[in-house]
Design a protein around this ligand. Structure first.
Ligand code: SF4
Length: 367
């Protein structure tokens, strides 16, 4: 997120937003950012400052009781509001090193983790009953048992109505971990796990991690067997796995008949994906030719499918209804050609980064 609250000069970095002059509305134990138009007061720190209309709009959209994390320059690090696109970011680190990961290898190996005390404070400050919360990284379970503590706190605080945990799933090959997760998850909990191919050769080539296919597939099996959460499989389509997507669909039908859904995803061309672009980049039109038969097979076997990150003009019209506007607002790019497209409003656009590969290939839809 690359937005700031103009004029901010506070000391702490996690605040609860309030628009009410009646400070009893929010427990006095919270550090409150009191908003009155463009005038901001932080009573705990005896601070007040003027902000601009843009910053006020951000705070206003987040709403009463939302949580905002700011750095010392006022840059927004994270936000949690009732109807916000809420993401709890755990760590940059990951025990895999996928060849098309949008983060580069050094970040995965040596990147930052959110300090535990910050995670705890964010959870405390989040409003209850948020519509949705995504928990992601890196690999969130890189921090191991602390994740169970986080999930228990989210559950006991009734923080969200639905959850998505993005994980490479390898840790759940361990039955103990799997049962501990089943014991700590809130209701309506979905785990999204990438499966890159129908066999270890394809999957492990993509994760650059020998043994990961076996761990991930065992992890998915173990999670499904608990019946305490749903599991979706995420397939990031690239030059290596595209020719195997139909085989992968067969594999899923045979091995994971109770899977919640399958998401076919376009690549975000940053980090490792850029470094390895000669190995992984596939034109989205060609990618869709491989996706199509796999989708048809999955749907005919009553498995839900969605397409993420593909602009509509790269997808055959009969499949538009399963194309999701999946790219986070601040990462969306359109080509200048898109101005002539009558479907621009319905189209989810391109990832910033991937737009360099797609912009001159878009085909504005005119009828
Ligand atoms: S031309 Fe642009 S707006 Fe239209 S479908 Fe393609 S990418 Fe989307």
């Amino acid at each position: 997120m690359n937005t700031s609250i103009l004029g901010f000069n506070g000391k702490n970095n996690i605040y609860k937003i309030s628009f009410s002059s009646n400070t009893n509305v929010i427990s006095p134990s919270y550090n409150v950012l009191l908003v009155s138009g463009t005038h901001i007061v932080i009573p705990h720190e005896q601070l007040r400052f003027e902000t601009d209309y843009n910053s006020y709009s951000i705070l206003n959209e987040l709403g009463e009781g939302a949580c905002i994390e700011l750095d010392t320059h006022g840059k927004i690090c994270s936000t949690f509001g009732k109807n916000n696109d809420n993401t709890l970011y755990i760590t940059d680190k990951c025990n895999s090193n996928c060849i098309m990961c949008p983060m580069a290898e050094p970040a995965r190996k040596n990147g930052q983790s959110t300090p535990f005390e910050i995670l705890d404070e964010l959870i405390e400050y989040m409003p209850c009953n948020m519509e949705h919360l995504t928990i992601t990284g890196g690999e969130p379970f890189y921090i191991r048992e602390k994740m169970f503590d986080i999930l228990t706190k989210l559950k006991s605080g009734n923080k969200a109505h639905s959850y998505l945990l993005l994980s490479n799933g390898r840790i759940f090959a361990n039955q103990n971990y799997c049962h501990m997760l089943a014991g700590s998850v809130p209701e309506d909990f979905l785990v999204g796990i990438p499966l890159h191919g129908p066999n270890p050769v394809i999957h492990d080539t993509i994760t650059q991690t020998p043994g990961s296919f076996e761990q991930t597939t065992n992890g998915i099996k173990n999670l499904l067997s608990t019946q305490m959460m749903s599991v979706e499989i995420r397939i990031v389509v690239n030059k290596i796995n595209a020719p195997y997507l139909l085989e992968l669909a067969h594999f899923i039908i045979l091995n994971f008949p109770s899977i919640h859904s399958i998401k076919f995803m376009g690549m975000e061309m940053l980090g490792n994906a850029i470094i390895n672009s000669d190995k992984v980049w596939i034109d989205y039109k060609d990618a869709f030719l491989y996706i199509k038969p796999a989708i048809n097979l999955l749907i005919s076997n009553a498995i839900d499918v969605a397409i993420y990150n593909f602009p509509l003009c790269f997808v055959d019209r009969p499949y538009w209804h399963i194309c999701m506007n999946s790219i986070t607002k601040h990462k969306i790019k359109y080509s200048t050609f898109c101005n002539d497209c009558i479907e621009k409003k319905a189209c989810g656009g391109m990832f910033t980064g991937t737009d360099k590969y797609l912009s001159d290939k878009v085909q504005p839809i005119t009828l």
